[in-house]
Design a protein around this ligand. Sequence first.
Ligand SMILES: Cc1cc2nc3c(=O)[nH]c(=O)nc-3n(C[C@H](O)[C@H](O)[C@H](O)COP(=O)(O)OP(=O)(O)OC[C@H]3O[C@@H](n4cnc5c(N)ncnc54)[C@H](O)[C@@H]3O)c2cc1C
Length: 455
Amino acid sequence: MKNFITEKERQTEVIEEVDVLVVGGGPSGIGAAIGAAKTGVSTMIIEALGSFGGMWTNGLIITLAGFNNWLRPYQRCVDGVMGEWLVRAEKMGGAENNRSWVLNSDPEILKFTADQMLLDYNVKCLLHTWAADVMMEGNRIKGVLVENVEGRGIILAKNIIDCTGNGDIMVRSGESWAISSELQPCTLGFVLADVDPKGKFEDETIIPIGPEPGYIEGKTLDDYQSARRDIVIDRKKLRDAFERGEIPKYGGPWFGGVKRRFPWINTTRAYGSGVNIEDLTKAEMSTRKDAFELLKFYKKELEGFENSWIVKTGATLGIRETRQLDGVYRLTGQDLIDSKEFDDSIAVCSWPIDIHPSKGEVGQHSLYIPLPFQIPLRSLLPKKVENLIVAGRCISADRKAMAATRVGATCGAIGHAAGVAAAITSKSRLNPREIDSKLVQKELLKQNAIITRPE
Ligand SMILES: Cc1cc2nc3c(=O)[nH]c(=O)nc-3n(C[C@H](O)[C@H](O)[C@H](O)COP(=O)(O)OP(=O)(O)OC[C@H]3O[C@@H](n4cnc5c(N)ncnc54)[C@H](O)[C@@H]3O)c2cc1C
């Protein structure tokens, strides 16, 4: 039985009052904050960790996904705020900007360019600030209660955008949400130093499939599984070692990174829920242990890895799937497969239905690649709370749809739309469900976003 105590009533300082408050500074938060600021309203972003970028930086997810189509012919599917971030990083040598299905990047340059963009667009920023709760007034969120090194405070806002990945604000405000009984595994990313890759580093990876949608599997999957084609792994050796119990469970492995001798690896696996604190703690610890176990094997068995060492693990575990909003419209896997068109489309997703297996299996998994598909504004809108928009990983989508929309550039494009919608709402007396989606679309196009499938 759980035990409870009642806290004392307290006076809480109002630390800021803005039109739009964005909670969470990952790709969706960056898109939302800059989208709102560019639409001409006062905007603040708060982030729990010490730098912006979310999974792309602190989660050490180095292969930026969602910008480009998988199927031939090549098409760019995400631009706008995300496109500007990419170009800024590219100019500093911190990101590829080519035809590949994923773009290798440098998380430190992404952090730095995110800071600069937020400052350039006059977004008020608070780092090291955790959104702990909300204060409700009927069905409206009056303000977000935050905790940081100065203690507790409240930020008042006309509209709030939940970009926490886990939907913390939607939960605290009593909005309706869902979580699958089966969740994709968590992964701690890590970067190795002093690897001597044998292949050609400059290869651009364009997957040789399309224009029809379909599965990627078999040899194509083997050949194109990794964004670093210069690193050649003996997959049989890995699988045999796993079956002999010599190495821990692993996915992929998928390699990335812009520096030849410093590859990033996405491979460790932990099962459990990213919104259960015991699971989360265990997963952080077990994946770190697994990274060192895998390193031992790579050093001994893989050509070019003999002198390698772990230079960095993610500042936080990578969480693929937790809570989803149960919103005005629930995007489904079938919508993707049917290329369903929406009058209120606000972003285009080109990532496959990419469900990492929950238990047992190691190595790769096959993926279904749809045509680039539309995401409706209604899948960001809660049914009940009046001044909340949910963006990024936790939008209203079923398991299959979220397995595609969850990647960073797509989350950023969704965030961009949420920012524009929240800004337009803040200038009116309406709530986000009542505004004309055509106004949001018009502003998004003005801000160079892509909202319909490229021809
Ligand atoms: C292992 C793994 C591999 C992946 N591979 C790829 C890939 O190759 N390419 C790709 O593009 N995507 C990949 N993804 C998916 C992608 O990185 C994320 O789904 C995406 O970053 C989600 O964006 P987001 O902004 O919604 O959330 P996040 O990136 O999770 O950002 C949420 C932010 O909110 C902050 N936050 C959370 N709660 C609070 C709170 N209460 N108060 C204040 N701040 C809070 C967090 O610190 C974080 O910075 C991968 C994900 C994982 C886990």
